[in-house]
Every structure is written in C-alpha cells, then in structure tokens.
Design a protein around this ligand. Structure first.
Ligand SMILES: NC(=O)c1ccc[n+]([C@@H]2O[C@H](COP(=O)([O-])OP(=O)(O)OC[C@H]3O[C@@H](n4cnc5c(N)ncnc54)[C@H](OP(=O)(O)O)[C@@H]3O)[C@@H](O)[C@H]2O)c1
Length: 238
C-alpha cells in the first residue's frame, strides 16, 4: 500500500486529489488550516485518511507536524504540496503581496527540502509541487503571485537536477495548472476552467507516469508555449 501526504487538502485541487489517491489505494495524510473541512474529508473515507491541522507559514512547527503525520500513516512514498494563495492586486497592496510570498515561498522551500531529505534517507520517493502556468512570465494582475510560482518552478528544477546528479530515484514533478474551478480561480478573465476532479485525475496520471512537468489540463501546454514564445512588446500589451 502506498502512502501520501497532501498539503493544502481542505479545498480545491488538494481535496480533489486526496479523493483520487484514496480511490487508487493510497493511505493519505491530509493537511490544511480548516479543521472542520479536514474532519469531513476524513469521515468520508474512514481508515484511509489521516488529518493534521496546521498553518504552513508557522515554519517552526511544520516539520514536527509532518513527521508526526508520517508516523500516523505508517511511511511515505509521495508528498504533494498544493497549499498556496494569490490575489488580484492592482493597487500593489503590500499585505496581499506579502501573503503570497509568505505562503508560497518560505513554506514551499521548507517542505520541499524536508521531503527531499526524507526520500534521500529512505532511498526513494516522489515530491510534486502544484505551481502554476502563472510562473512562466511576470503578471500585472498579481505580480507577487507570478513571481512566487516562478520561484517554485525553479526550486523544483533544482531538486530534480540534484536527484539526477546523485543518481537517486527521487522523482520531482512540477504540476502547472491553467485555470481550475476553485476559490482561487475567480474573475472575468478566466477560460478553459477545469473541474477540480478532472484536474486531480490528470495530476494523478502525471504522478503515476513520473512526469517532470505536467500542464493541467493538458491543453494548457499550448498556452504555455505561446506564453514562452510571445515577444515582450506584445506580452506587455495584453
Ligand atoms: N485554481 C487555479 O486555477 C489554480 C491555477 C494554477 C495554480 N493553482 C495552485 O493550486 C494550488 C491549490 O489551489 P486551489 O486552486 O486548490 O485553491 P484553494 O481551494 O484555495 O486551495 C488552497 C489550499 O491551500 C491551503 N492553504 C492556503 N494557505 C495555507 C496556509 N497558510 N497554511 C496551510 N494551508 C494553506 C488551503 O487550506 P486552508 O485554507 O484550510 O489552510 C487550501 O487547502 C495553489 O498552490 C495554487 O497556486 C491553482
């Protein structure tokens, strides 16, 4: 039986992914701040889901919480880091920019590093980060959000290179969603919005296939290509 931890499992992509993992036979440790939502999720799958309530920004306690959860689920094969935040921020309100940085950068670094060290000691494992297509270019609507996602993408690239160079079977998967129908994807500019369950099924497949990078849904690979190729003078006008 495989064991996974999903961080940011109270809602959206993380919650949908927990359900897919359980359906595929995993025992899952699910985390987030909203205890009631975690308890509801656990009640739906007795004996398959174990829960831990904590705030990823409280970095002094995160590793303790994760280690306890690993003991509870009886081992660890997969970590999926889905917790994240970002807001439209036309006024560049520093509090909103700071929230994105505090949630998406430091905790990401801490948890990715912890998972890598755990799998290095164990001799194998799989870490998947839910980044975003937003990390491919700067974004005028939420500059900090795009920048934090670029950080995550580069961090994962670094970990992948580290595992490869060390000859270790540690798989690093960078999941880059376009728009998924969750609390985070609100606004008038959204398109190709995927239901969370469809996104979760595609994320599961990418993990099973040990993909280094996956666009969710798959057609977002096209947008990614356009984003990468679009000249600066056009990108800055759209
Ligand atoms: N939806 C999209 O269109 C989209 C597109 C690209 C990338 N993404 C990425 O997908 C990931 C998941 O987002 P989502 O769309 O599923 O939105 P969501 O429903 O808002 O889920 C965010 C999750 O992160 C957790 N979280 C946020 N801040 C936290 C904190 N300080 N401590 C612990 N957990 C925290 C939330 O749990 P609590 O609030 O209970 O703590 C929740 O479980 C994010 O990293 C986001 O950047 C989403």
């Amino acid at each position: 039986m495989k064991r996974a931890i999903v961080i940011g499992a109270t809602s959206g992509i993380g919650r949908a992914l927990v359900k897919v993992l359980v359906a595929k036979g995993y025992v899952v440790g699910a985390t987030g701040r909203r205890a009631k939502l975690l308890a509801e999720l656990q009640a739906e799958h007795p004996g398959k889901i174990f829960i831990s309530t904590f705030d990823v920004t409280e970095v002094a306690t995160v590793v303790k919480k994760l280690s306890a959860l690993v003991r509870e689920i009886g081992g660890l094969d997969l970590v999926v880091l889905s917790s994240g935040t970002g807001h439209m921020n036309p006024a560049l309100d520093f509090a909103l920019e700071q929230e994105a940085i505090d949630t998406n950068v430091l905790p990401f670094t801490l948890i990715a590093g912890w998972a890598y060290a755990f799998f290095e000691k164990q001799g194998a494992g799989h870490f998947a980060g839910i980044t975003s297509i937003a990390g491919l270019r700067g974004g005028r609507h939420a500059p900090a959000y795009n920048a934090t996602k670029a950080f995550q993408i580069r961090y994962l690239e670094g970990l992948r290179a580290k595992a490869k160079k060390a000859g270790l079977p540690i798989v690093i998967t960078d999941i880059r969603p376009g728009f998924v129908d969750t609390a985070m994807a609100k606004g008038d500019d959204v398109f190709w919005v995927a239901p969370a369950r469809k996104a979760a099924v595609q994320i599961y497949r990418a993990i099973e296939n040990k993909k280094p990078v996956a666009y969710i849904t798959r057609r977002w690979a096209l947008i990614a290509l356009v984003m990468r190729l679009l000249p600066k003078f056009i990108y800055e006008r759209i």
